[in-house]
Design a protein around this ligand. Structure first.
Ligand code: GLN
Length: 536
């Protein structure tokens, strides 16, 4: 079958959940047996979100090939179980960088280089690239930002041009918002009409409208929107607020969004998507009654999107363990010796979060000391693992000035340090170890049992490493270094076997956790937390 291209735009307001809708469409098409991928085009100038403050843009997700990506790629993977790569996330910065480099090489042969056609050609090339691999039946492209923004114009123009090129192999889905005005007791369609008009002005007639709403939109209101927006009435779909994002694919299926797209692209509609495994997950989710309480200790807790993959992986793990997840975000900056017990005592398990820089690190160390001494199930992720090592060196090995050189470059006891080859690199992100790496687990270690394998692959995003000079001392005193990178010999996993569950990982297990394939380490951590909670 010819590759079909689905474009998803958004209007009226931001944060409508284009990522979730794109992921839900992909989910349904995948459940019909099609090969699907989703890509996101972000209109900002940063080359990637790696340098963005999490307060500004939420979590930075990492793909297997080491691309620092928009957090929506995390949703794509969680909903589809299909991994993404750097080709799935393009920013304006990357487009311009490529075009400018070409210009410097003289590749434009003296031509004036312009937004149209040179930037738009480069956008179109990338929009089609995954489709051209022959690996996908459907390529879904989410356009970041809101229609009408100055910065998304070249993307919208590219989609307009591609519609002509791709003909019936192209579908445009537009997401809009239908607010409920309480004073008038009415759902208002005007913002949707305006945003569709805006799109039409730019030459794009959407084929499908997905209306975000807090209240059920009656059929007559949908018909009115269809009429004013030139869209077939059955292609006006509502996306009402639901308790869990994982219910959205089912809501879309009920309104036949997959069939609408298939008909529009000339794909014969046969049978139904096989949603059985997904429904099993949803059933577990809704039938869970008891809670599991997990504390996440970090410094970005005011914006939980900063830890979205951790939270979603915990949610999946809780669901498979027949529990409702209750997450408490604990600001590490505010933790001290006198309040730590109070803040953590109700938790069944504690995650010490990743991060960079000094702020809140001492609080993480205090939390870890308390968790270790009180034998609470604890998972340290990335910086959290590094803090685990520092805390252990200080309070068990008695090395009072043990530290990471990220926190104190002058310390005599560099338990966590930069790798030698990184010390000379100065470009932003230039030294970061990114992407999937092999890790060999010690036979009979807890972590090997959990993974059920001796070699695993997980994703990394860090510059600092456990310093192997301390390895022997750690092991002699109860902290085992049980996961090692086979090439570099870097320590990736530490665990204390005599504890209930005390494990630190240099990698990010949360990135690879999906609804249909939850990460085993997180599932086991939650299981241990449940057992501890019941024992307590
Ligand atoms: N800042 C630490 C490092 O660069 C940890 C990074 C992380 O937690 N993602 O090594």
């Amino acid at each position: 079958m010819e590759t079909k291209f689905i474009f998803v735009t958004g209007g009226v307001v931001s944060s409508l959940g284009k990522g979730i809708i794109s992921a839900s469409v992909a989910n349904l098409l995948k459940a019909r047996g099609y090969r699907v991928t989703i890509q996101k085009f972000d209109p900002y100038i940063n080359i990637n979100p790696g340098t963005l403050n999490p307060y500004e843009h939420g979590e930075c997700y990492v793909t297997i090939d080491g691309h620092e990506a928009d957090l929506d790629l995390g949703h794509y993977e969680r909903f589809t179980n299909v991994t993404t790569t750097r080709a799935n996330n393009v920013t304006t910065g990357r487009i311009y960088k490529h075009v400018i480099e070409k210009e410097r090489r003289g590749d434009y042969l003296g031509k004036t280089v312009q937004v149209v056609p040179h930037i738009t050609d480069e956008i179109k090339r990338r929009m089609k690239a995954l489709g051209n691999t022959g690996n996908f039946d459907f390529v879904i492209t989410e356009i970041g930002g809101t229609v009408g923004d100055i910065e998304s114009l070249p993307y919208i123009e590219s989609v307009r041009q591609l519609r002509w090129e791709l003909g019936h192999n192209c579908v445009c889905i537009h997401l809009a918002y239908v607010p409920y005005v309480a004073a008038a007791k009415e759902l208002k369609t005007k913002p949707t009409q305006h945003s569709v008009k805006k799109l039409q002005e730019m030459g794009i007639q959407p084929d499908v409208l997905v209306l975000r709403t807090e209240k059920d939109i009656p059929a007559d209101v949908r018909r009115k929107i269809a009429l004013f927006c030139n869209v077939a009435p059955d292609a006006v779909v509502q996306s009402i607020d639901v308790p869990s994002i994982y219910e959205v694919p089912v809501k879309m299926q009920e309104q036949h969004l997959d069939e609408i797209i298939m008909r529009l692209t000339g794909v014969e509609v046969k049978g139904e998507p096989d949603m059985a495994p997904w429904m099993q997950f949803l059933n577990k989710m809704t039938s869970a009654e008891k809670d599991v309480k997990i504390g996440i200790v970090g410094k970005y807790v005011e914006l939980p999107d900063a830890y979205i993959s951790i939270k979603e992986s915990l949610f999946q793990a809780a669901t498979y363990n027949d529990r409702k997840l209750k997450v408490t975000y604990i600001q590490s900056e505010k933790l001290n010796e006198s309040n730590v017990a109070d803040k953590l005592k109700d938790m069944d398990g504690v995650i010490v979060a990743p991060g960079a820089g000094q702020r809140g690190v001492e609080g993480k160390n205090i939390a870890l000391k308390w968790c270790r001494e009180n034998d609470v199930p604890t998972l340290g992720i990335c910086l959290g693992m590094q803090c685990m090592a520092v805390e252990f060196a200080r309070n068990v090995l008695g090395i009072a000035d043990a530290n990471s050189t990220e926190i104190d470059p002058t310390t005599a006891n560099k338990v966590i340090d930069l790798m030698d080859e990184q010390k000379s690199v100065t470009t932003m992100g230039g030294t970061t170890r990114l992407g999937s790496f092999d890790c060999v687990l010690r036979p009979n270690s807890k972590v090997a049992k959990i993974y059920g394998s001796q070699t695993i692959k997980e994703r990394h995003r860090h510059r600092f490493e456990f310093n192997n000079e301390y390895l022997e001392k750690f092991e002699q005193n109860g902290m085992q270094c049980v996961g090692i990178n086979p090439e570099s010999k870097l320590v990736e996993v530490i665990e204390m076997p005599e504890k209930r569950w005390y494990i630190g990982v240099q990698f990010h297990p949360e990135y690879s956790s999906t609804v249909l394939s939850p990460n085993p380490l997180i599932v086991d951590f939650v299981k241990a937390a449940i057992a501890y909670g019941e024992e307590k």
